[in-house]
Ligand binder design. Structure first.
Ligand code: URP
Ligand code: ZN
Length: 563
């Protein structure tokens, strides 16, 4: 039996902060309180004056990810080692099967890369990068046999990863049928492709071309489109890396309308901006290339942080997807070939503390919510993680809110040779990180074991999304109107067929899926029946409202060919 006793700290959960000691046994939190008697052999950690918080959960990483002709330099070992040094105790990486590769094969490839190397717990999102008739079966198998409840679709990277709108519709339908979450990388891939050609033809080959090829509206349009498509099939949607003000506005507009949408800003977008793409030093500018890009409107990070603080955005990741300078140099003559991605997994917690809590925008409880608890709820492993309470996994960070550190590539624990937060001084430092009840980071030293992290199952139907989604299914049934069949003449290229030759459709029978009648016996509208439809049709559409009016001039004028 291994015990740890954290004494004298202030426990911070998403809902409250209180003075308590924490006893940990065998990887779990055994007790939280002020009158705990620890076992004699327990190791005691003095947390007086410090915060004791759930370890961070980074919802968005790409470790050992093959993309754009190379592979990210931070693999699962380096990436998770760096994560715990910054107070993060779980990451959710992306399995991205290649076009033509089955989801199940891709999943196994990612498990084989991760399992022997991870130094903290992890899970996976699975990307759907192509569509076939078999894909729904595979989504089902991934959901029901592999512990995954989230699927990512790319609306960018045309011809490589991008899905078309009809494929998104099918994917969202299938994901919803299984009780999973749809995630989107929201950028208009067609427009980016055309813009890129134009910029290259104009001689703009440097990293500034990356930003100009994918302006803010390219992200905002795709965000709105994804939200609309997801809403057609009543599928919950999670928008990854919300990078711009207008894209964030799409998320909050949808949420105001009651749609089930979540928005994830990333550490990079909350702390730095796209003016770096105009830097004279190519390596510096290329080091910031990610998609969607950082925005050159310098007020963007503060705006995104405001939305995160007040609840319009809910959860934070990093999109950690790192490449050394020599890898970025694959695009030295053509910005479209610069591997996309930046760092963040180690620095996210300090960055959000500095830009969110230190600035007075959010309190420590909200910090815990957006760095840990909300992720655990959305991906459905709360309260195993995301909270300090008896029975939860002992994934904990002891946080010094007063201490500061200066971020640098020279001192970070990531494999990458560049850091987009270089020189930033942050309040809020992870003093001790505990993963599965073991101290993995203390006194600025790591004590990690490759392969010690576990794969964490994400159960289907997360309540955070599906309580509302399933209720909407019940009240948003499509409406069928019962009417006499049309038996009159029908136009054909051979001339109008008289009524007698027109085959009457079979007389309607009431189908099982049909909604309850919207009329009471006396013919009045039943106000208790659903009037809510995705299509915009209404329960009383079958009532002739203006049966005496005639169209004399059709919309568009009489010459309109369709009239
Ligand atoms: O720039 C980014 N986001 N790199 C990772 C690839 C992706 O878009 O997921
Ligand atoms: Zn990503």
């Amino acid at each position: 039996m291994s015990s740890l006793f954290i004494q004298g700290g202030n426990v911070v959960n998403a809902d409250r902060q209180f003075r308590a000691d924490v006893l940990i046994e065998d990887g779990k939190i055994k007790q939280v309180g002020t009158e705990i008697t620890p076992p004699d052999d327990a190791k005691t950690i003095d947390a007086t004056g410090k915060l004791v918080m759930p370890g961070g959960i980074d919802t968005h990483t790409h470790f050992q990810f093959p993309i754009m002709g190379t592979v990210t330099i931070d693999d699962f070992y380096h990436g998770t080692k760096a994560a715990v040094a910054g107070g993060t105790t779980m990451i959710i990486d992306h399995c991205v099967p290649a076009r033509g590769q089955s989801l199940l094969d891709g999943y196994q490839v990612w498990r084989d890369r991760a399992d022997p190397n991870v130094c903290c717990d992890y899970s996976l999102h699975v990307a759907i990068t192509w569509w076939s008739d078999k894909t729904p079966e595979e989504i089902h198998a991934i959901c029901h046999e592999k512990g995954v409840n989230s699927f990512k679709m790319y609306m960018a990277y045309k011809d490589v990863l991008m899905l078309t709108d009809d494929q998104l519709y099918k994917a969202f339908s299938s994901i919803k049928d299984n009780g999973a979450l749809a995630m989107v990388h929201a950028e208009n891939g067609d427009v980016i492709e055309e813009n890129s050609k134009k910029l290259l033809a104009a001689g703009i080959t440097g990293p500034e071309g990356h930003l100009q090829s994918r302006p803010e509206e390219v992200e905002a349009e795709a965000t709105g489109r994804a939200i609309m498509i997801a809403n057609q099939v009543n599928c919950p949607l999670y928008v990854v890396h919300v990078m711009s003000k207008t894209s964030a506005d799409e998320v909050l507009k949808a949420r105001k309308l009651g749609k089930v949408v979540f928005g994830e800003p990333v550490a990079a977008g909350l702390a730095t901006d796209g003016t770096h793409y105009y830097h004279k030093d190519w390596c510096h500018a290329a080091g910031h290339v990610m998609s969607p890009p950082l925005r050159d409107d310098p007020t963007t990070p503060a705006y995104l942080m405001d939305l995160l603080a007040n609840g319009d955005l809910q959860v934070t990741g990093t999109d950690n997807c790192t490449f050394n300078t020599e890898q970025k140099a694959l695009g030295k003559d053509d910005f479209t070939k610069i591997p996309n991605g930046i760092n963040g997994v180690e620095d996210r917690m300090s960055i959000i503390w500095e830009k969110g809590v230190q600035t007075g925008k959010m309190d420590a409880c909200r910090f815990v919510a957006v760095t840990s608890t909300n992720a655990a709820k959305i991906f459905n492993f709360y309260p195993s993680k995301g909270v300090i309470q008896a029975g939860a996994d002992a994934d904990i960070v002891i946080w010094d809110p007063e201490a500061t550190r200066v971020i640098s590539k020279d001192t970070h624990h990531q494999a990458v040779n560049f850091n987009i937060f270089e020189g930033m001084e942050c309040h809020g430092v992870a003093l001790v990180t505990i993963s599965q009840g073991k101290v993995v980071w203390e006194n600025n030293e790591l004590n990690v074991v490759a392969g010690s992290g576990r794969f964490i199952d994400c159960p289907l139907h997360p309540g955070e999304a599906y309580e509302r989604i399933l209720q909407r299914d019940k009240v948003r049934k499509p409406i069928k109107v019962e009417r006499e069949p049309y038996t009159g003449p029908v136009w054909s290229p051979d001339g109008v067929q008289p009524a007698s030759q027109t085959k009457a459709p079979p007389s309607p029978t009431k189908s099982a899926g049909q909604p309850a009648s919207s009329k009471t016996k006396d013919g009045h509208r039943n106000l208790h029946a659903s009037g809510f439809s995705l299509s915009g049709s209404q329960v009383d559409d079958d009532v002739a409202k203006r049966n005496t009016s005639r169209i004399t001039a059709p919309p568009g004028g009489k010459s309109n060919i369709f009239f």
